[in-house]
Design a protein around this ligand. Sequence first.
Ligand code: SF4
Length: 228
Amino acid sequence: MRRLNESELEQATPRERLAWAVDRFGERLLFTSSFGAGAGVLLHLWSEVARGLPVVFLDTGFLFPETLEYRDRLVELLKLNVEVVRPAVGREEFLRENGANIMEFNPDLCCDHNKVDPLKPYLARAEGWVSGVRRDQSAARASTPILLPTEEGPIKVHPLATMTAAEAKAYVLEHAIPEHPLVARRYLSIGCAPCTQPVAEGEDERAGRWAGRGKTECGIHTALRPRS
Ligand code: SF4
């Protein structure tokens, strides 16, 4: 395959973009997956383009059991090398210290502890960071670039940025990738159980995340400041 240069990435396919990132960053390319709704597309591409490189999976302690089962199913099917990351303080102790409904009254603190902090050591040694963000998932993600250099160092890489929900669905069907079992119940974006609801017809995919709490992102994807 011809090596692309950065200016060609916007017009390239998701596979070509991912191959570019693997070629450019090698083992310094971090890939995090939630194994949530729609995660199968990038996991399938990763299994083909970056075979053997780790997939970092953040187990916050608040995930749906269906997500853990789905992860195990895809690991087996796609022969993924998964590295599980957990918060320094586990669920029970965290809730004892901060209150059982901390995710209701201070979800930012909860996400910082359980999602952002555990990934910091990974981000510190990464030069590139791949995630499956798509522009059509929400208004907040509509201007997601393919490459996003950050002040902190790693270049964020979004191979699926231009992929639509319909294209993602077609990819899943074409490659017979199982979907997260909760998608059938209209959970179209899946994170921690206490902060995830099904969405109504016509709503953004991510409308069920922290619904009614004025929060749209956990902080993982906004923790790094875009380089201006
Ligand atoms: S998504 Fe909810 S439960 Fe999970 S870390 Fe954030 S606030 Fe806590």
